[in-house]
Design a protein around this ligand. Structure first.
Ligand SMILES: *Cc1c(COP(=O)(O)O)cnc(C)c1O
Length: 355
């Protein structure tokens, strides 16, 4: 039976990307060696890193003056590296959920942190709109897609100070106006590659402004100067990222990824809104195209496990919601075909008709 994998992360990748990675693990490009056995400074690996960097720049139309880094660690490492490198006096944070809160907690170790707004009052089910950003803040940090709560900033917001964004779970799912940002970062395991890798797009001229000493491994300037090879980066995930970046380009780039994401999301939200057994948890105007959260409607709560089983029997797997929200979460990253969203919507319809 065909399986549709709705895992939130690590998550589904295009089948051909998985196959290309598997083949490189066995024998990379006819070398007779596994890619895992090749030096990160070898003649074979350098073109992989160069092409991955160039493709991320090309696909997101990254302007001159920005650098792309691929580093170990996850998004959580950047929660600490970002303030280490960018927070001199004061930083502004928009608190839209668990990840934003974690980023903010780390920043407090480095300076004054202003929470410009929070949606904690309504269980992070919406994105605050009216807030004032202090003009003297070094940056405004936002989480572009709230993987757990299923809300998304689908546009690059205007801010009086440069933006810094955690784009872990919606990178490459839409065009981004990179000039608004000093830095865009994330873990790879949602929409780019397998786990173990993080990506970073950083404005070079925005670095070097903090007074504190920065340990080399946490200093973005050191990584830029060494072209992501200051220490050994996760070589296999970088190769997977390259295969995936090529795939995104072949499919039509981020404009096409956004069109598909919207199409999948509409299929699912339409079903959630019309099926009396289910209801969405995020405010309609802030609903994410990537993580579609829903719960059993009041009165039907006891059917939750039955629905999960019903869906799994039809090949629709990994839809359990995050423990803080409960219910269900259908994560639909770039690799999810429209038929996956339709399969889940059909499960919801058929389940309603079956009871
Ligand atoms: C998954 C996720 C993280 C955590 O990433 P790690 O790589 O595990 O550190 C941070 N932010 C967002 C938005 C995420 O979705």
């Amino acid at each position: 039976m065909k399986k549709y994998n709705f895992n939130a992360g690590p998550s589904m990748l295009p089948r051909e990307v998985v196959e290309q990675t598997a083949s490189a693990v066995l024998d990379y490009d006819g070398t007779g060696l596994s890619l895992m056995e090749l030096s990160h400074r070898s003649a074979q690996f350098k073109p992989i890193l160069d092409e991955a960097r160039a493709l991320l720049k090309e696909l997101l139309d990254v302007p001159a003056g920005y650098q792309v880094l691929f580093l170990g660690g996850g998004a959580s490492m950047h929660f600490c590296m970002v303030p280490f490198n960018f927070l001199n006096g004061k930083a502004a944070y928009l608190n839209t959920g668990t990840w934003a809160s974690k980023a903010m907690k780390e920043a407090k170790l480095f300076g004054e942190v202003v929470e410009v707004a929070s949606s904690a009052d309504k269980a992070f089910s919406y994105i605050p709109k009216a807030f004032v950003v202090p003009a003297d803040a070094d940056y405004l940090h936002v989480t572009s897609n709230n993987t757990i709560y299923g809300t998304q900033l689908r546009k690059d917001i205007d801010s009086p100070v440069p933006l810094i964004a955690d784009m872990s779970s919606d990178i490459l799912s839409r065009p981004v106006d990179v000039v608004k940002y000093n830095c865009i970062y994330g873990g790879a395991q949602k929409n780019l590659a397998q786990s173990g890798l993080s990506f970073m797009i950083v404005k070079e001229s925005a670095l070097g402004k903090v007074e504190r000493a920065i340990p080399s491994i946490l200093d973005y300037r050191v990584h830029i100067a060494n072209g992501s090879l200051f220490n050994t980066p996760p070589t296999l995930p970088i190769y997977t990222a390259l295969c995936n970046l090529r795939w995104v380009k072949e499919q039509g780039g981020v404009v096409e990824m956004e069109r598909r994401a919207r199409e999948r999301a509409i299929v699912l939200y339409d079903e959630i809104d019309s099926n009396p057994l289910f209801c969405g948890t995020a405010a309609a105007e802030d609903r994410s195209y990537m993580n579609i959260d829903f719960v059993m409607a009041p009165g039907y709560e006891e059917l939750e496990d039955a629905f999960a089983t019903f869906a799994a029997e039809r090949g629709v797997v990994a839809i359990k919601g995050h423990r803080t929200v409960g219910g269900f979460r259908a994560s639909c990253y770039n690799a999810m075909p429209l038929e996956g969203a339709q399969a889940l919507a059909n499960c919801m319809k058929d389940f309603k008709n079956s009871i």
